[in-house]
Design a protein around this ligand. Sequence first.
Ligand SMILES: NC(=O)c1ccc[n+]([C@@H]2O[C@H](COP(=O)([O-])OP(=O)(O)OC[C@H]3O[C@@H](n4cnc5c(N)ncnc54)[C@H](OP(=O)(O)O)[C@@H]3O)[C@@H](O)[C@H]2O)c1
Length: 286
Amino acid sequence: MNILVTGSDGQLGSELKKLAVQKEEMHFFFHDLPDVDITDKERVAQVCRKHDITVIVNCAAYTAVDRAEEDAETVFRVNRDGAAVLARAAKECGALLMHVSTDYVFNGESCVPYRENDLPSPLGVYGRSKWEGEEEVRRIAPSYMIVRTSWLYSTHGHNFVKTMLRLGEEREELKVVFDQVGSPTYAADLAGALLSILARCDSAHTYAETYHYSNEGVCSWYDFARAIMKFKGLRCTVLPVGSEEYPTKVKRPHYSVLHKGKIKEHWGLDIPHWQDSLEKMLAKFG
Ligand SMILES: NC(=O)c1ccc[n+]([C@@H]2O[C@H](COP(=O)([O-])OP(=O)(O)OC[C@H]3O[C@@H](n4cnc5c(N)ncnc54)[C@H](OP(=O)(O)O)[C@@H]3O)[C@@H](O)[C@H]2O)c1
């Protein structure tokens, strides 16, 4: 199995890199900007041919949700058109495309966990671009798995956990929204799940699947922040506030819990609870 990982320096890509060393039967080719831009179809095709790629794992994305509102052209070029380039490359070399997407394709008006076939209705540019990227993958790639995830964090890159750790050291008090509910996902767990699926994939089979993956359990950003402070022994007081007190450029879904029954049933995954994974990540972070 020859696996191209795009966007490999991001949170998820970095966790895949760490796990890849344990997988002798899989040959990985990790690429990110500026070396491999997923919007550059010649370069992507060249890399796929050179390494006889049989699987593409797309971790590349424009992920700055607020900035996306003012940079729609770039966002759609990366998240929609880039996904289409990878889907075409997968078609040309007969590879499986594993494409990562987001809970932000939903508007958050549900009050029960979102299933894979629930109707997307994104609230902002980022969510719309990811949804259209998914649709390109479904339209073009002969064999694909789209894996939607939520509230991703890791020891790498920028994320909520690292922001809370910094603010928790600097401040005595912090306001965090309580009316946005979801499930945090430790990128190392998601990376492990993706590799576990790939290890059991049948290369002769054609896949056309959408899955949901996050850590188990549900919380608000407020609960999440409190857990970070508690596990790290930080004395900063976290105060709950409504979203209207914390205006952002783009509205976030109030409820973006993903139903994970399908991925667990198809691949026998045992998914850790978000609190256990947070503790693990914080222990590594030092
Ligand atoms: N972060 C979250 O909370 C979250 C939640 C749900 C779903 N997701 C999805 O999960 C996936 C992984 O997210 P992540 O948090 O690991 O993202 P990330 O840390 O932002 O990493 C994305 C990587 O892609 C690179 N990239 C951007 N444009 C590219 C291009 N044109 N060609 C090649 N690489 C490019 C980025 O480089 P630069 O840094 O130089 O731009 C970065 O290294 C994405 O599909 C994202 O939409 C993320």
